[in-house]
Structures are given as structure tokens and as C-alpha cells.
Design a protein around this ligand. Structure first.
Ligand code: DC
Length: 229
């Protein structure tokens, strides 16, 4: 069967990665979490105390960053490696979440990440989620999905996820962080979050993950059919 590129964009905590992972599993495609790359770059900048307001400092730092996704046999998912170190856990911490939108708004950082993302998709058979995947990274993708969900539901989902790891986290903190990230992601100058004209909107506020998968698998079949001739 013809392999296609599937892009999933949308606000923070809409469940993009859950859907992307499920689709990749069903289709035997590669799943790439582009947000993990921005998170790993942010972690490096924090650890190395890079002044990301200075272009030279950013360029120097990027020259020293190597990003890789490596399959983890135990979890069955790919972990993000930064310069040979598994940073999968660390990049999900609040410390990174608080700064990542700022770092992801930097032109040089985006160029660095986008070039690598485009290489990963060269062979098709890929599901990639993020903010600019359907608009900038793969504007010719065969299936583009733009996800949204009720903000209150998103906050609750994110809170539950973070609370598992950190019992000190508050609902208020999570809400503030989500709102701020959505604002920065949608209003930045370079590649702001927006729906590609040809993207299908998926509002999953009232859908279970199973229902959502069924619906989207139909879109996938349609897209493969439409691009097979
Ligand atoms: O999907 P996520 O929450 O892990 O993404 C982390 C941040 O990275 C998010 O605040 C916006 C940014 N991002 C981006 O600007 N472009 C992407 N393609 C993916 C993520």
C-alpha cells in the first residue's frame, strides 16, 4: 500500500501524541514527536546557560547539539537523545515546559529542527506531530489534521499526566503554563501555530481515543486512496 505523510498540529495537550502513536502503530509508520526536539534544545540551553537572546550564542550552541530518536524496547516508544544521553524524562519536566515556547520561537532554532524533520520524512510512512508540521515542515503532506479540544479538558488531561510524576503540581500552575504556551505558539513571528488550509479539524473534547482512532483511520484510508492513482 502507498505510504503517505500524516501531519498532526494543534494546541498543547490536545492528545496529538496519543493519536500519532496509535496511527503509527496501526500503519506501521514512524512516529516523530517534533516537540521533543524543541524540548531537548531548550534543555541544552538551560543546562549550558546559553543566552538565547543572542544569535551568536544560539548558533554556537546549535552546532554542538545532536538529536536522535532511539527506540526503547521496554516502553515500545522512541526516546529523545541529546548528545548521546537519554533525556526523555527530563524534557517533560516543568522547568523545560516553562521555557520551550520561548526557545521554539527563535528562527535559528526552527531552521535547525525543521531541516532534520524534513529529512526524517523523506521516505514517507511517517506521522509527525507539532505546531507547524502541515504548514511548514510538510506542506505537501497527503493527510493533515488540526487538533483542538476544550481548554478546560486539556488542562485536566495535562494535570493528570503531570501529577503522576509530581504530586506538588497544582491545577492552576498547569493552566497558566498551557495558556502561556498556546499564546506564544500562536502569536510568534516565525511559523506560528495555525491550521493549514487543507487540514481537517479534529475536536476530540467528546471523543474517546478509540472513537478518535476509528474516525481518523477512515481519513487515512481516504487519503491513501486519493493519492494512489
Ligand atoms: O508538543 P509539545 O508540547 O511537546 O511542544 C513543546 C513546545 O515546542 C511547544 O510549546 C511549542 C513548540 N513546538 C513548536 O514550536 N513546533 C513544533 N513543531 C513542535 C513543538
Amino acid at each position: 500500500m502507498k505510504k503517505i505523510i500524516i501531519t498532526i498540529d494543534g494546541y498543547s495537550s490536545c492528545g496529538k501524541s496519543t493519536l500519532a502513536r496509535q496511527l503509527a502503530g496501526r500503519l506501521n509508520y514512524l512516529y516523530i514527536d517534533s516537540g521533543a526536539m524543541y524540548r531537548a534544545i531548550t534543555l541544552y540551553f538551560i543546562q549550558q546557560q546559553v543566552d538565547w537572546n543572542k544569535t551568536d550564542a544560539v548558533n554556537n550552541a546549535l552546532n554542538n547539539i545532536q538529536l536522535e530518536f532511539i527506540y526503547n524496547q521496554i516502553s515500545g516508544q522512541s526516546d529523545m537523545f541529546l548528545n548521546g544521553e537519554n533525556v526523555e524524562q527530563m524534557i517533560r519536566e516543568m522547568l523545560v515546559a516553562e521555557k520551550v515556547s520561548e526557545v521554539a520561537a527563535i528562527r535559528e532554532v526552527r531552521e535547525f529542527a525543521v531541516a532534520q524533520q524534513q529529512k526524517m520524512g523523506a521516505g514517507k510512512g511517517i506521522v509527525m506531530d507539532g505546531r507547524d508540521i502541515g504548514t511548514v515542515v510538510f506542506p505537501d503532506a497527503e493527510l493533515k489534521i488540526f487538533m483542538t479540544a476544550d481548554p478546560a479538558i486539556r488542562v485536566e488531561r495535562r494535570f493528570k499526566e503531570l501529577y503522576q510524576k509530581n504530586r506538588n503540581i497544582t491545577l492552576h500552575e498547569v493552566k497558566e503554563n498551557l495558556e502561556l504556551r498556546d499564546y506564544i505558539d500562536a502569536n510568534r513571528e516565525v511559523s506560528p501555530l495555525r491550521k493549514a488550509e487543507d487540514a481537517i479539524v479534529l475536536d476530540n473534547s467528546q471523543l474517546t481515543t478509540e472513537e478518535q482512532l476509528q474516525l481518523v483511520m477512515q481519513w487515512v484510508e481516504d487519503a491513501i486512496m486519493a493519492h494512489s492513482s
